[in-house]
Write a protein that binds this ligand. Structure first.
Ligand code: FAD
Length: 377
């Protein structure tokens, strides 16, 4: 169907919402993004953009800008936590020389998408909190967004890209029912005091692992450190913790891991929760994407990459679909099985990194060597 003049409102200016806005605008839609935050700046954190995500940024015309800001990854190396001995090295450049894999600061990716959106004449409206979504029926002439301010906004199509606590998801699926996985993660960004080259390092210890990779031309290192524990921690990216808690939890990690941990002076802690993949991704004139449809554990580093894929496939389905209903149904059919597979792999990954020394650990490391999933986030 023609998207020319289709009035699309995207709820949420995260990576998924901005990418969807760009993909739809490129096909002629009139797109406005409504974001609740007062500004589109992000706290420091890294993201791994794997070739599937890069492919989307490439067709959006953004790979050259991404390459300028990001570090192009050459390898992923799994190491023992104590001495740092390598268990497995996956040479990204050798196995897939044509496919780029980037380590990027989240703020840089958001900046790049935002700038492209402004250049494409996409409306970006801040301080716009959506309180309720009425999807409308496909044969109704519009969907309606009720804003926290009391205003009403009509649209031909609403895209719920409103993240982890999505209102749009709840409209389609009812209340979410996540559970605490018994794992928490700290994340921090520190100066690159270990001279880390263009590779991700994963230090694996009993009940814990620590991932690090370079950011911003290698000046900084992103750290994500995961621990199994009973004590619950809140879900979300903005809960500050004492760096000494992180150091105490990883006190037996040696070498480069220890040197990086010594640099941490600000750290966030979040509880890792498992959410089911939404059963229903669309109805009437509403579709959801990204974390709104499928929040994931970080053990495949695919949250942002899946959001980018969703954005592209949604626009493609709308362009190819005979009508809105067929297009949105095709979108869900193309995306849900793949996302469910990726998330199942992420769910299954942590135990491989957390084993205590012994035969099971040996077998798990062998499984990793034989092609087990990599790239924990
Ligand atoms: P999000 O990036 O969560 O974007 C959703 C947007 O919707 C937000 O801007 C939010 O303010 C807005 N919004 C929500 N509700 C409303 C509403 N009612 N009205 C209007 N706007 C609304 N993944 C990693 O792998 N590593 C990381 O270090 C990492 N850091 C992160 C840091 C932050 C602050 C966040 C939010 C996410 C982070 N993630 C990280 C997750 C990863 O970025 C996501 O999996 C991926 O980006 C999905 O993006 P999204 O666009 O679906 O959702």
């Amino acid at each position: 169907m023609s998207l020319n003049g289709l009035r699309v409102k995207v709820v949420g200016a995260g990576i998924g919402g901005l990418a969807a806005a760009l993909a739809l605008r490129a096909r002629g839609a009139e797109v406005t993004v409504l974001e609740q935050a007062p500004e589109l700046s992000e706290v420091g954190a890294g993201l791994q953009i794997s070739p599937n995500g890069v492919a989307v940024l490439r067709v959006l015309g953004l790979e050259p800008a991404l390459a300028q800001e990001a570090v192009r990854g050459r390898a992923v190396v799994l190491r023992d936590h104590a001495g740092g001995d390598a268990v497995l090295r996956l040479d990204l450049a050798r196995h897939a020389p044509d496919l780029a894999y980037y380590f990027v600061h989240r703020a840089d990716l958001i900046d790049l998408l935002t700038q492209a959106a402004r250049e494409a004449d996409i409306g970006l409206r801040l301080l716009q909190r959506v309180a309720a979504v009425e999807p409308g029926a496909e044969d109704a002439d519009r969907a309606v967004l009720r804003m926290a301010s009391g205003a009403e906004i009509a649209a031909d199509l609403v895209i719920g890209a409103d993240g982890l606590h999505s209102r749009a998801r709840a409209v389609l699926n009812g209340a979410d029912d996540p559970f605490f996985t018994g794992q928490v993660a700290w994340r921090a960004v520190v100066p690159n005091v270990i001279g880390l080259g263009p590779e991700a390092q994963v230090f694996m210890g009993p009940g814990r692992h620590l991932v690090c990779y370079p950011l911003r031309r290698g000046d900084l290192v992103n750290i994500v450190a995961v621990q199994e524990r009973r004590e619950w921690a809140a879900e979300g990216w903005h809960h500050a913790d004492d760096p000494d808690n992180l150091r105490a939890a990883f006190a037996d990690f040696g070498g480069d891991a220890r040197r990086l941990l010594a640099q941490v002076d600000e750290v966030n802690l979040w509880g890792l929760f498992r959410h089911p993949v939404a059963d229903c991704w669309q109805r009437g004139r509403l579709a959801i994407l990204g974390d709104a449809a499928h929040p994931t554990l970080p053990f495949m580093a695919q949250g942002a990459n899946m959001a980018l894929e969703d954005a592209w496939v949604l626009a493609d389905c709308l362009e190819r679909g005979a009508d809105l209903g067929a297009a949105l149904a095709a979108y869900q059919a193309r995306r849900r099985p793949r996302v469910a597979r990726v998330i199942a792999a992420a769910n299954g990954n942590a135990w491989k990194y957390h084993l205590r020394p012994g035969p099971v650990r040996g077998l798990a490391h062998l499984a990793l060597r034989l092609g087990g999933s990599l790239a924990p986030g």
